[in-house]
Ligand binder design. Structure first.
Ligand code: AMP
Length: 365
């Protein structure tokens, strides 16, 4: 079957989304506003995206038959989380365009491949070693000569499968705590602050960035994002240029979030990247003409970009676990914009919603 035409999909076209979490939910809302339908493909019931979407498939991400049916029902496909099997996306891509390209996801799924890609472009990361057994871990740590962070190469997020290590620690224990590898040992970065840059790029190569965001984590999980980030104009320029360089080099179509450390001398190093809208970009819904979710839909549907320009300063706070019980307090405060994800069960640390507050636009750097 020929690949369907993907240039400027008209309203009424169907956007397929792999994954059914809050990112998929906010993508579906943005798509609906532009007159598109969404079809969610997810492997579990009760997903936040389903209740705001036109149609859905609940099946394993490796179910060939269901993947084929899905491909025939959508006009373009994307994904909202990173652990979709790349081979499944490649199967879908035989029938319908998938953006960002599965090759990009393949790089982002592996912390070592991601760091190799950045360094080959001359964009620095923490020093790192691919670790496949305990002996290599011991040798890498002594070569590093300072504390490091041991992470699994895959399936790690929000601090899961990562542990700080130093010479003299019980490395066997650390190795089993990240699941026994494969892993990556990164040098511990004594950074000044964490920022992220969200870059968007169309099929014809138009590229824009949102202003860099400053991110505060609690227990390795994003707690608060503040924009504009408190960084110098030189650091801002370096951060934005690196994000654009990555997007162009990856031949991105869609949205790429690039997490960075700002070092004490103002230089930046890349922590990781995600080829999808990002938790640190939720503020764009209220503070920008076009949100990160809308820009994704524009890019993959082949319509021109909106504007990433910021109309206000903003602060976004995640509501984790029972913090969501304060929902009425937020709704009672007109300056706060509450987003609840419709998740039934409150679990400790679970992202239940977020709240954004706007402030008058400060002078651009
Ligand atoms: P990650 O899962 O790689 O995004 O890491 C989660 C958080 O752990 C980051 O946002 C940082 O706060 C922290 N972190 C990750 N890598 C390093 C590192 N090499 N040095 C110091 N802190 C790190």
């Amino acid at each position: 079957m020929p690949v369907k035409n993907h240039i400027a999909l008209p309203p009424g076209s169907v956007v397929g989304i792999f994954g059914g979490g809050q990112l998929g939910r906010m993508m579906a809302v943005a798509a609906a506003q532009m007159g598109y339908h969404t079809h969610i493909y997810v492997d579990e019931i009760g997903s936040p995206a389903i209740e705001v979407s036109h149609s859905h498939t609940i099946a394993s991400y490796s179910d060939e038959e269901r993947l084929k049916n899905f491909s025939q029902e959508v006009d373009v496909a994307t994904y909202e989380f990173e652990n979709i099997p790349v081979n499944s996306l490649r199967e879908v891509e035989k029938l319908v365009p998938v953006y960002p390209k599965p090759d990009i996801l393949e790089i982002a799924q592996d912390r070592v491949a991601e760091k190799d890609f950045c360094n080959e472009l001359g964009i620095p990361t923490a020093p790192y070693w691919r670790v496949t057994d305990l002996e290599i871990l011991e040798a890498s740590l002594s070569e590093l000569g300072r504390p490091g962070l041991l992470k699994s190469t895959r399936f790690g997020y929000d601090g899961k499968n990562q542990i700080k290590v130093k010479i003299g620690d019980n490395l066997g224990d650390a190795w089993s705590r990240i699941g026994g590898g494969p892993g990556v040992l990164e040098g511990w970065m004594d950074y000044e602050r964490e920022i992220s840059v969200i870059v968007v790029r169309t099929q014809s190569g138009d590229v824009q960035c949102y202003d860099p965001v400053e991110n505060e984590h609690k227990n390795y999980v994003l707690h608060r994002s503040i924009v504009p980030a408190r960084i110098s104009s030189e650091t801002k320029e370096a951060a934005v240029n690196s994000a654009k360089h990555l997007a162009v080099s990856l031949d991105l179509v869609g949205v790429l979030a690039v997490e960075m450390f700002v070092m004490k001398d103002g230089t930046i190093t890349i922590n990781e990247m995600a080829p999808r809208p990002h938790n640190s970009g939720h503020w764009t819904i209220e503070a920008c003409a076009s949100s990160q979710f809308e820009q994704l839909i524009r890019c993959i549907c082949g319509v021109p970009l909106g504007s990433c320009a910021r109309n206000a300063d903003a602060e976004m706070q995640n509501l984790l676990g029972d913090e969501v019980n304060d929902w009425l307090v937020y709704l009672g405060e007109p300056s706060q914009r509450l987003h609840l994800y419709g998740k039934g069960e409150i679990r400790a640390g679970r992202k239940m919603g977020h709240v954004t507050s706007l402030k008058p636009l400060s002078k651009h750097l």
